[in-house]
Every structure is written in C-alpha cells, then in structure tokens.
Design a protein around this ligand. Structure first.
Ligand code: EPU
Length: 419
C-alpha cells in the first residue's frame, strides 16, 4: 500500500522574494470543457499543472477528444472526434467541475449524461440552477440511478433568471447557450473573473457573448465555433493565498503575472489589518513588518470577499490582535480548518456560519489533516506562522488546486517539504 504524502513545515520564517502565479484552476476547468464545443482543434495555454486539470483532461479523453500535451501548461484539444456523451461516472464523482461537461455536451451534441458531480465537502452544493437553465433552453433533463441526463433535439435561446448567484450555473448555461438557436439572456449572473475568461475564450472561438462580468449576460447563438489559441488568466485564489502567506509570516513578497484588480476585496482587508500592499500592472507586492489587527468580513460573490480565500485568511487571523468575526455566506460547512487549528492553539468559536476568532500570540506546530482544498491552504498558512513542526495529512486535496505549492513557498524561504 502506498503511503499518502504529507507536508512538513517549520514556521516562523518571514517569506521573502519573487514568485510567479500559475494559471487559474476555476478558469481552466470550464475552458477545457468549453473546448469540446468547438468544430476544430483548440490550443490552451497557461494551464496549471494540478490534479483537477489532469482529471478534466482524462474525462475529455474518455469522451474521445484528442488531447495533446505540448508541455505541462499547454494542451491542444481536438474535439472533432467525440465518441461518447457519458463522461466516466467514477471520475465525475471526484470533481465538481465535471458538471461543465454536461453544458458543453448538450451544446455540442444535443445530449449528455453525467454522474452527480463530487468535489470538496464544504456544505450542500445543489445544481438546480444549472438544470433550470438547461430546461429553459429546451432540454429534457432527468435524473435516474445517480445519472443526470440532458437531451434536446434543438436548443433555443431563452430568458433565464438565476435564483441565486452561481458561478457554475452561469458558466454552464453560457456553454449550452452559445450554439443554441437565437438569443439567451442570463439575469442575476455571477461576475467572477472565471466567467469573463470563459466568455472571452468562447468569443475567441466565434461565440457571441456580451455582458460577462456584469449581472446580465447575453448570448447570441452561433452555428459553428472555430479553433483558436488562448491563455488562461492567472489564478485569483493562488494569488490571494500567496498574498495572505506573505502577510501572515510578516514577509515581503512580490507576486508576478497576477491581476491586481481581481484582488481588491482581499487587498482592502490586508490593508485594514496593517499590511502594506503595492499594486503594479501585473505585479503585487505584499509586506507586513508589524503586528496584525483583527478584522471582520463576510464572504460574498465577486467582487465581494471570495469564499475560497476565507479559509487562508481566517488562518492568518488566529494570531491577529483582537477578535475577528467571519460570516461564511456561500457554504454551510467551510470552517473545518479552524476546528483543526485548535490543535495548534487557535482560539475559535464556531456557530453555524459564523466563526469568532480570538487572536493568540503564537500558534504551535501539530499534526493536522486537510478536509478540503482551501482548508489545506489554510493549514499551510497556519504551519508557516507556527512555532515548531506542523505535519499536514490529506495533501491530495491541496494538489487539486495548487501547483507545487511546496516548491513555490520554498523559493520564498519557507521550511516546507513533501514526503
Ligand atoms: N447553488 C445553488 N444552486 C445551484 C448552484 C449553486 O443553490 O444550482 C448555491 C451553492 O450551494 C452555493 C452558492 O450557490 O451556496 C454558490 O455556488 P456556485 O455555483 O457559485 O459554486 P460552484 O460553481 O460550484 C465555484 C468554484 C468554487 C467556489 C465557488 C464560489 C469551481 C470549479 N468551483 O463553485 O471553488 O467556491 O464557485 O466562488 O469553479 C475551490 O476552488 O476551492 C472552490 C470550492
């Protein structure tokens, strides 16, 4: 039996230096699925080399798509040879973003069958809005034996009002709608950078999408999509995690190849707690020589504070002076990392979707386990701050979304290794 890898950290070292941000996970995954909609091969650059991307590529290969890896970050997808409309159910259950294959297959082939998608255990994660959107476009959608089937002789444009702001739902409806007959309007659309990037990619293939990044998106259906070469935008959450790591360790880190405007809600909170943040065109410098003050925040859809950074940020706040209150409005179970950090001396009270953190002077290292991807990132931040050794189990969660985070942090001086 192979032993699961672990991360070992010794904290207390300020991170210093320069680091390059990778391509975005939550952008790469829908863009890869969207490539299936095309009628010609498509070249995608700046993909992060993470396990979720590898899983998406395996799912696509299983459908008959040609996948040629030019390098770890560049892939050519040939979607002209699809032979199946059913992505491997066992693989779908391992990743939530597999649901994008349903929107893409419905748009391309008029039918798709997926297993209910899995993903990190951070609370209830329905996909009723995706289904509502597909039905509005004219698809028959039914679920039996854990498989979700969507079929339409011809999709047609529709007016769809999303009942909640959903990243996945907005993108999935865009995917299905871009080859539908006529115009689709998506109201109450999500505005995350991933939506804009996916729409830009679809438009680069000849789709006609306007309004991505606002809460009303208009999709004019087209009959064919042509090949293109496209680079995925930098990862907003990796950028934020590294910014938080720099502040948490009282370091001085310059991040390159990132998009400062995507980071404004985090930057505002880092300034409020006493760190300095300097923005340049595609570079952010974070330095934090002094003590941190407690700050409070609520997670919200973009441009609010992202839920995916709540976990790393709350790890930092366990050693800020005073009491921080965090309200998690997106998911109902995204505080497992704080429970785990109590082993490291964190003082936390969790009541439903609210966490109250009383800052302590220092955390101490301990053996801990990641319960999901961003919980793992939070435990890394905690380990970087703590006295002594921290051992993190369930590293596979972290590998879903962070490319070589151990090497990245080591290049900034951290004492971290995987074994
Ligand atoms: N929701 C519904 N019905 C739906 C869809 C969503 O009620 O049909 C609810 C969800 O339960 C949740 C909220 O709406 O409470 C937002 O969910 P959303 O659909 O926006 O999330 P998602 O598309 O499933 C993506 C990211 C998540 C990130 C969220 C929010 C991917 C693959 N995942 O998930 O990323 O937390 O948007 O920004 O893009 C992560 O990277 O760690 C991660 C979990």
């Amino acid at each position: 039996m192979t032993q699961e890898r672990r991360l070992y950290l010794r904290g207390g070292i300020p991170l210093e230096g320069d680091v390059q941000v990778h391509g975005g996970k939550n952008t790469a995954l829908p863009i890869l699925a969207a490539a299936l909609l095309c009628d010609e091969p498509v070249r995608i650059e700046n993909l992060p080399d993470i396990s979720d991307v590898r899983l998406m590529l395996s799912l696509m290969e299983g459908l008959g798509a040609g996948i040629e890896r030019e390098s770890a970050s560049v892939v050519v997808v040939d979607p002209t040879s699809l032979t199946s409309i059913t992505p491997d159910p066992a693989l779908c259950q391992r990743m939530r973003a597999s649901y994008y294959l349903l929107g893409a297959l419905l748009g391309k082939a008029g039918e798709g069958v997926i297993a209910r998608p899995g993903g990190c255990a951070i609370g209830v994660r329905p996909i009723d809005q995706h289904i509502k959107g597909f039905r509005a476009l004219g698809a028959q959608v039914k679920e039996q034996c854990g498989l979700l089937e969507a079929r339409a002789a011809q999709l047609h444009g529709a007016e769809i009002f999303m009942d909640c702001v959903t990243v996945g739902g907005t993108i999935n409806v865009m995917l299905a709608a871009c080859r539908a007959e006529g115009n689709t309007m998506i109201y109450n659309a999500a505005k995350e950078p991933h939506i804009v990037d996916t729409a830009n990619f679809l438009n680069a293939m000849g789709a006609r999408i306007r309004g991505a990044g606002t809460d009303v998106i208009r999709v004019r259906g087209v009959s064919r999509l042509h090949g293109c070469s496209y680079a995925v935008i930098p990862d907003q959450i990796e950028t934020g995690t590294l910014m938080i790591a720099a502040a948490a360790t009282h370091g001085d880190v310059t991040l390159h190849g990132c998009i400062p405007t995507h980071m404004e809600s985090l930057t505002a909170k880092l300034l409020e707690l006493g760190a300095r943040v300097d923005d340049y065109d595609d570079t952010i410098r974070v330095f934090a020589p002094g003590a941190h003050r407690a700050v409070s925040f609520k997670t919200q859809a973009y441009p609010g504070f992202p839920t995916d950074l709540q976990q790393p940020m709350s790890a930092l706040l366990t050693t800020a002076r005073g009491t921080s209150t965090i309200i998690e409005t997106i998911y109902d179970a995204r505080f497992h990392h704080l429970n785990e950090m109590q082993r490291m001396g964190a003082q936390v009270r969790i009541e439903g979707r609210t966490a109250v953190i009383n800052g302590v002077i220092k955390l101490h290292g301990a053996p801990v386990a990641a319960s999901d991807l961003r919980a793992g990132a939070a435990l890394i931040i905690a380990g970087l701050m703590a006295d002594g050794q921290t051992e993190i189990r369930n590293v596979h969660f972290i590998e879903r979304g962070y490319e070589n985070i151990d090497l990245h942090l080591r290049s900034l001086g951290a004492d971290i290794h995987k074994a």
